[in-house]
Design a protein around this ligand. Structure first.
Ligand code: ASP
Length: 302
């Protein structure tokens, strides 16, 4: 194991070259297949919040690179006996795996942990903080569809205030030289100071104008501090993505969704199933190659 491991904790501050490098690696893996750069290595996957796509995709990615995965069963873990997250993580790191892939409900806080270990720590979603691999796989998907990452208008729609996907995407697109627009009801827009570079709107027709990419977000019910004033039905009518609202955007705009989708709330079922306009399953496919690329990048493999 190297003395100073790389970590992937977030995209804010990572730099456009590293992000472009990971996306390029994912493209190469898809075109030429994977090399066994993680043979003989072990990754512990610890998901303290629910996950379908991200956990499975990290596990498949690591195994396709030749590594072995240990998936912590949180429901059967000492978290249920009152162990703090910090103590659980220190315990897992004391076993010295090569990688620790971690999802939990607290925002941030991984930096000190990562600084003190020889294990590569990968953030698979921290509260309303960041979800770096989601934004990277979104970038790969957009690159395939639009042919570029710069000079695009990317609209992020929905519960931006509580979304780690929104934060990682906003920082990625800004650094790639694209425009970021945030569209949501006032109570779900983030603080302006968090995203001084973004354009904010509460109106879909205005916010989606000329958008090339629309990232639709789920209402993060588990993170709402108080009951929303807008009902789910009203939310769908005003902010739910459907073919009609898609017509406000550029004619060839593509809709992304990180999943899980709540059909009939933030996206209509018809749009969700329209693979010519909505790339949700393509994103899932790209997630495996992107996470392979991340592991490759973390191992400093040339
Ligand atoms: N799967 C994504 C996340 O973990 C999006 C979501 O849950 O709404 O952040």
């Amino acid at each position: 194991m190297g003395k100073s491991p790389r970590h992937l904790l977030g995209l804010q501050g990572l730099g456009d070259r590293a992000m472009a490098d990971i996306v390029a690696r994912a493209e190469t893996i898809q075109a030429r297949g994977a090399r066994p750069v993680c043979a003989g290595q072990q990754a512990v996957l610890a998901f303290f919040e629910p996950s379908t796509r991200t956990s499975t995709s990290f596990a498949l990615a690591f195994q396709r690179l030749g590594g072995q995965v240990v998936m912590l069963n949180v429901a059967q873990s000492s978290a249920q006996k009152g162990e703090t997250l910090h103590d659980s993580l220190s315990t897992l790191l004391a076993m010295q795996p090569h990688f620790l892939v971690l999802r939990h409900g607290q925002n941030g806080g991984l930096q000190p942990l990562a600084a003190a270990t020889e294990t590569s720590v990968v953030n698979a979603g921290d509260g309303a903080g960041e979800h770096p691999t989601q934004a990277l796989l979104d970038a790969l998907t957009v690159k395939q569809i639009k042919g570029r990452l710069n000079d695009l208008t990317v609209a992020i729609v929905g519960d931006i205030r509580h979304s780690r996907v929104a934060r990682s995407n906003a920082h990625l697109w800004r650094q790639m030289g694209s425009r970021v627009v945030m569209v949501a009801p006032p109570e779900l827009l983030p603080d302006v100071d968090d995203y001084p570079f973004a354009f904010f709107s509460t109106d879909m027709a205005q916010g989606l104008k000329k958008a090339d990419v629309i990232i639709t977000l789920r209402l993060q019910k588990e993170r709402l501090e108080k009951q929303l004033t807008i009902s789910a039905d009203d939310y769908h009518i005003r902010y739910g993505m459907d073919h009609e609202k898609l017509s406000y955007a550029a004619p060839d705009a593509v809709v992304l969704h990180p999943g899980p989708m709540n059909r009939g709330v933030e996206i209509s079922s018809t749009l969700a199933d329209d693979a010519t306009r909505c790339a949700v399953l393509r994103q899932v496919t790209n997630g495996v190659a992107t996470r392979m690329a991340v592991f490759e990048w973390l191992t400093h493999a040339a």
